[in-house]
Write a protein that binds this ligand. Structure first.
Ligand SMILES: C[S@@+](CC[C@H](N)C(=O)[O-])C[C@H]1O[C@@H](n2cnc3c(N)ncnc32)[C@H](O)[C@@H]1O
Length: 286
């Protein structure tokens, strides 16, 4: 490793405790548990409110639509699913209720968030654990699908994360992933996918959809920040939430400085397994 590489990776490692504290702080200020999501959201450009939701889920529409866009790429019914970086558990709960996996596990490295999730979303089939994206400690081939929503930009090593995802996925399993990157990071990321044994099936630039969601969800987030955050800290929270008037809102996704992407990846299965799966899908007698 070069000296510059060493300094960079040390700085990245030192960031982790600060990020963890930041997310735990959110749990402390949100005493009534109003904040179930912490992503920018997704809205269709022609039909912004495309997803059918239960009335109690309406306030979280755009954040849920982002999850639906990512998780809906494959049929998760009856599968074992893990979400890494589950935050306040709203996404894991959404997938559990709307996409019906046999088990849904949410993992996060912020202890207070995990405690919150366990208390708030205590239903059979949905569980939460504390863990680090860079050191996933599940057995090999434990999951049929791994989901990751707007969390990976916090990780000190994307390579360590992708290696872990590839190991804990069963052959033929899917990695459903979304986050924002600079154009240079995207080039590096595509190279890393292959290196870590994951095949890229689909990649979509959803920056325009995320911007539309930021516009449409602005008033709800503004009311939440005004209610929960002391005046002196509101500016910082607004930047974090991508509110109207912030750098994220005005520049990042509009100018292409940052691109918000959605990916579908697959851990290849040995040819014999692929053949058996195709036979299973064919009607009897074919
Ligand atoms: C912007 S929030 C998104 C949360 C959730 N996915 C959502 O969309 O509401 C990022 C989350 O990633 C988690 N996170 C950051 N670094 C992590 C790591 N190394 N391991 C596990 N979780 C991590 C944070 O604690 C936080 O909950």
């Amino acid at each position: 490793m070069t000296i510059a590489g060493f300094v960079y990776s040390t700085l990245q490692r030192l960031q982790a405790p600060v990020i963890r504290r930041w997310y735990d702080h959110m749990t402390r200020i949100d005493r009534d548990g109003n904040m179930l999501f912490m992503n920018y959201g997704w809205a269709g450009l022609d039909e912004p409110r495309s997803l059918r939701l239960e009335p109690e889920d309406e306030p979280f529409r755009y954040c849920m639509q982002l999850y639906d866009r990512v998780a809906g790429a494959v049929d998760l019914e009856g599968l074992r699913v893990l979400e890494v970086g589950c935050g306040r558990g709203g996404g894991a709960s959404f997938i559990h209720r709307y996409h019906r996996p046999v088990s849904m596990t949410g993992l996060d490295f912020a202890p207070k968030s995990v405690e919150f999730c366990m208390a708030r979303h205590a239903v059979p089939g949905l569980s939460f654990v504390r863990g680090d994206a860079g050191a996933l400690s599940f057995p090999d081939a434990e999951f049929d699908a791994v989901i990751n929503v707007e969390s990976s930009h916090c990780y000190p090593s994307m390579k360590a994360f992708l290696d872990g995802v590839s190991r804990i996925l069963r052959p033929g399993g899917h990695f459903l992933y979304t986050d924002y990157h600079s154009p240079a990071q995207l080039v590096e990321l595509r190279r890393m996918f292959g290196e870590c044994g994951l095949s890229l099936i689909e990649e979509e630039d959803i920056s325009a959809n995320v911007l539309r969601a930021l516009e449409l969800d602005n008033d709800r987030k503004k009311a939440l920040i005004t209610k929960l955050v002391p005046k002196g800290l509101r500016h910082m929270f607004c930047e974090f939430a991508g509110m109207e008037g912030t750098h994220t809102f005005n520049r990042s996704f509009r100018t292409g400085d940052r691109i918000y992407s959605r990916f579908v990846l697959r851990k290849p299965a040995p040819a014999s397994v692929e053949d058996a799966e195709v036979r299973e899908l064919q009607p009897a007698g074919v």
